[in-house]
Design a protein around this ligand. Structure first.
Ligand SMILES: Cc1cc2nc3c(=O)[nH]c(=O)nc-3n(C[C@H](O)[C@H](O)[C@H](O)COP(=O)(O)OP(=O)(O)OC[C@H]3O[C@@H](n4cnc5c(N)ncnc54)[C@H](O)[C@@H]3O)c2cc1C
Length: 285
């Protein structure tokens, strides 16, 4: 059977992994940190802890439980998921993993920087997916906004197709190879007519740009959806009752899917997604 790759080691990702591996799947979890739950000081509304439990303790227990059952963990940042010859290719900061099915359990984050007019120019110069949209900007001048590994990755993708690419760290310290052309100034607003034409910086200077690719923080559900063509509504991934997305073999669970943003619901979603992903793998490999 092909590999099931799960994005996220929060309650949704771990729950999906437990159900899938106990059903016979080979499972790898990709995660960059412990997610939302680790930020919760005390959990008193989750089943089974008479005195409550800290979020960090609950996350760590889940990770140990999955490891004990044989789930592999890749401590890496996810950059994107692409269609591959054998299913999907999961691109991370460390390696590319092949997957027969994927469960996205990456929690919530929509990393739109607070730049005036950014939403006005979405689809008219502002993009959230380098691999999808680079082609449209051939021969033009574009920027990536972001300061970490994800921004550097998107820069690399664009550079394959576009000559004039700069990373704008928007006032942040560049957390990537300093050889990548970049500017540290804070961005004030975007300007243009029908499409983006220039970026105005806080120091009053401005530069002409045709495109701005958003790559702040890490790729979240929103960015992944744009890259893959997943259906979204209100910044959440749309799934059916089986936690299947509109792309066969891709499932989603937890806070990145509509509904209560609570542990119990994430665990439930993970159970469904893990079980259904396992059925998909059995049917297709
Ligand atoms: C302060 C606080 C208090 C809370 N208190 C409660 C409470 O009392 N009771 C309750 O039921 N719920 C509570 N919650 C909500 C609960 O924590 C969430 O509903 C739950 O954690 C959602 O689980 P999840 O698995 O969907 O996402 P998360 O727990 O957020 O896990 C997301 C995972 O995805 C990974 N990930 C995301 N993007 C990437 C990427 N690009 N590359 C690699 N990995 C990535 C993260 O590293 C993480 O491992 C609280 C949340 C917070 C923030």
């Amino acid at each position: 059977m092909k590999e099931l790759v799960i994005i996220g080691q929060g309650p949704a990702g771990i729950s999906a992994a437990l159900y899938a591996i106990r059903g016979g799947a080979s499972v790898t979890i990709v995660a960059k940190d412990s997610g939302a739950l680790a930020k919760a000081e005390m959990i008193q509304n989750y089943y089974g802890f008479e005195n409550g439990v800290s979020g960090k303790e609950l996350v760590d227990q889940g990770i140990r439980q999955a490891k004990n059952l044989g789930v592999r963990f890749a401590d890496a940042e996810l950059f994107g998921i692409e269609f591959g010859a054998n299913g999907f290719e999961v691109k991370t900061s460390v390696s590319t993993l092949e997957a027969g099915a994927v469960v996205i359990a990456c929690g919530i984050s929509r990393n739109v920087p607070p730049i005036e007019n950014i939403q006005t120019y979405e689809g008219r110069g502002v993009s959230y997916c380098a691999i999808c949209d680079a082609f449209f900007f051939r021969g033009k001048k574009v920027a990536v906004v972001g300061s970490g590994a994800y921004a550097a990755n998107e820069y690399g993708v664009l550079k394959n197709v576009i000559q004039d690419v700069t990373v704008l760290t928007n006032g942040e310290k560049a957390g990537f190879d300093p050889a990548i052309p970049h500017r540290d100034s804070k961005i004030l607003r975007l300007e243009g007519a029908e499409t983006l034409q220039q970026i105005v910086f806080s120091d009053g200077s401005y530069e002409q740009y045709d495109g701005l690719f958003v790559a702040c923080g890490s790729a979240g559900a929103f960015e992944l959806s744009r890259k893959l063509g997943l259906e979204t509504a209100n910044n959440k991934i749309v799934t059916d009752e089986k936690r299947a997305t509109n792309i066969p073999g891709i499932y989603a669970a937890g806070d990145c899917v509509a509904g209560l943003q609570q542990i119990a619901k994430a665990v439930y979603d993970g159970m469904i997604a893990g079980t259904e992903a396992l059925k998909f793998l059995k049917a297709h490999t």
